[in-house]
Each structure stands twice: as C-alpha cells, then as structure tokens.
Design a protein around this ligand. Structure first.
Ligand code: PMV
Length: 305
C-alpha cells in the first residue's frame, strides 16, 4: 500500500508576532513543497534525502524536524511500521513553514494510507495540534496556509479566509541560520511584560497595518504594500526580533529598488520578503550575492493528495 501527499511552504506578508496576541495576519502559500510518500515496511524508516536523513528504528523517529513526524504518527497512525520518504523543496528553519508543510503533507498521506476522508479545516486543525504539542506554542497560520494554499487572511477571531488578489513581484531571501520561533515569541512576551502599554500599542499598530494591507489587496491596489511592509518592519525591529543581518538584507532589497521589505516569520534569522514592482530580478540578483534569494510564486494549491 502506497500513499502520497504534498503541501506548500508559506510566507507571512503581514502580522507575524502580533498574531500571537490575537491580531490578524496575512500569509501566502509559495510554490515550494514538501512531498511525503508512505509505504508498508517491516521497520520504521524515514528518509529525507535533501537533509541527509536516513533513520531506521523500531521506535518512532526523534530529533529536530523528525519530532513532527513522530508526533503525527503517534496521533494519527496505528503504530504499524512505515516507510516514510520526505522530499523537501523548503529550507528547514528558514521561517518559510517547513515543519507545518511537512506535518500537513504527512497527515494527508496518512489519511490516504488509512482510506480516511478529511475536510481541509479538520486537516489544518490536526496539523496545528502537532505543531502545538511539539513547539509548545504556535499560531494556526502556518498549518492553515499549507492546507488551503493561496492567500490567507486570519482574522482576530481565528477565522480563516482564503482570498484572491493580484500580487506579483515578491522576492524572498533567506540566510543560512534560522531564528528559534519559540525563543523569539518568548522574547516579545518578556518585552511586553516589562512595557505592556508600549508593546500593546505596537501590536495595535501592526493590526492597523495588516487591515490596511488586506483592504489594498482586496481592491487590487497593491501600491501601498511597500510602505506598509516598511512600517511593519520598523515595528518588528521595535519588538526586538530583527538582527544586524536581517536588517542588512532588508536594506539591500530596498537599495536594489524594492518598494518595501521586511522580515517574514519569527525573525532572529531566517528570511525576509520584499515587494518589488518591476524590479524583482534586480532585487533577487542583489540579495543572491550574499544570501539565497528567489522570486516567490504563489501556490494556489494547498494540500494535494
Ligand atoms: O518563523 P515562523 O514561520 O514559524 O513564523 C512564526 C510566526 C509567529 O507569529 C512569530 C509565531 C506564530 O506562531 O504565529
């Protein structure tokens, strides 16, 4: 018996960190995927060629990204040994949601393996549970985007809206090392415990930025997005999640012509996103001198089984 499923990476356009405090966020699925192929086996075997992982054991796999595999198996599999092949087009720990994409794809493949039907809302909720149990804290944003694909608006009541908008000319660049999402989230919480009114004010302003960007996207007028990204970046810096290298990437993108650029994801390392109307090639080329940059194409498709 074989089963295969894949799910896309994501980039947060607006609202990271504020989303932890119940604020809205906008994220997009991008055309880099994680594909999971399951088959019968006499032992548990997990291979991830892009990471050089070839894990065989009678027990569940453990450590790093394998913790997500282990937790999903524990919750949604009957314990029989499986061969699990994982192809990843997403750099791990880059803030592009590799763990969520892996978890969603694995749950989709497990459902196929067991002949289960599942609604996207249910898949996203189960994947979010895996992320929560492995990480201790996580917003539902990553798993939602990897499940549904496209552009996703998460409102303050945690309703998910997939919406259409014309948005091109985005560039994403990542550095070699990632930030630790839990550490970054804890750092913001610590700052907030010392300066509650100040940090709450920052989160309120991020909310206004996200709402304004959402309106701009819905009306197919992306012109304000650059400035809104730059303001959002200033506030992410104020939250303490930017670094010298992230700031260098953000400013290099603007120097090369980007209308706006900001951290995408938790910060501390990882990735930036830049809005580059008419200059995506130039910005990608400039960022590629010192980092890894790509023109980001949206993936309309979320989980594919
Ligand atoms: O670095 P990522 O892609 O895991 O993004 C984290 C986004 C945060 O808002 C900082 C945390 C969360 O759970 O939403």
């Amino acid at each position: 018996m074989k089963s295969r499923a894949s799910a896309p990476a994501k980039a947060i356009l607006f609202g990271e960190h504020a989303v932890v405090y119940g604020k809205p966020a906008i994220a997009a699925a991008i055309d880099r995927r994680v594909t999971v192929t399951l088959g019968d086996s006499s032992e548990n075997r997990v291979t991830i060629p892009s990471l050089g992982v070839d894990f065989r054991s009678e027990s569940n796999p453990q450590g790093g990204i394998l913790d997500y595999v282990s937790k999903a198996l524990q919750l949604y599999h009957d314990g029989s040994p499986l061969s699990i092949q994982i192809e990843m087009e997403i750099p791990v720990g880059s803030g592009l949601g590799s763990s969520a994409a892996l978890t969603v794809a694995l749950i989709g493949a497990l459902d196929g393996y067991h002949g289960r039907e599942s609604e996207p809302g249910d898949t996203a909720a189960r994947a979010h549970r895996v992320e929560l149990e492995v990480q201790g804290a996580a917003s539902p944003l990553d798993t939602t985007v990897s499940t549904y694909g496209g552009l996703v608006y998460l409102d303050s009541q945690r309703n998910v809206e997939k919406f259409d908008a014309r948005l091109h000319d985005l560039v994403i660049a990542h550095m070699d090392h990632s930030g630790d999402t839990a550490e970054m989230v804890a750092g913001v919480a610590e700052l907030r415990s010392r300066f509650p009114a100040v940090v709450d004010g920052i989160m309120d302003t991020v909310e206004m930025i996200t709402l304004r960007a959402y309106r701009a996207l819905l009306s197919n007028n992306p012109e304000p997005l650059g400035d809104l990204m730059n303001i959002n970046q200033g506030l992410l810096d104020a939250m303490g999640v930017s670094t010298l290298e992230l700031s260098m990437m953000v400013y290099e993108a603007r120097r090369a012509g980007a209308a706006g650029s900001k951290i995408t994801g938790a910060g501390g390392g990882g990735s930036i996103i830049a809005y580059c109307p008419g200059c995506a090639e130039d910005v990608a080329e400039a960022l590629n001198r010192d980092w890894n940059a790509m023109k980001a194409r949206f993936s309309e498709e979320g989980l594919i089984r």
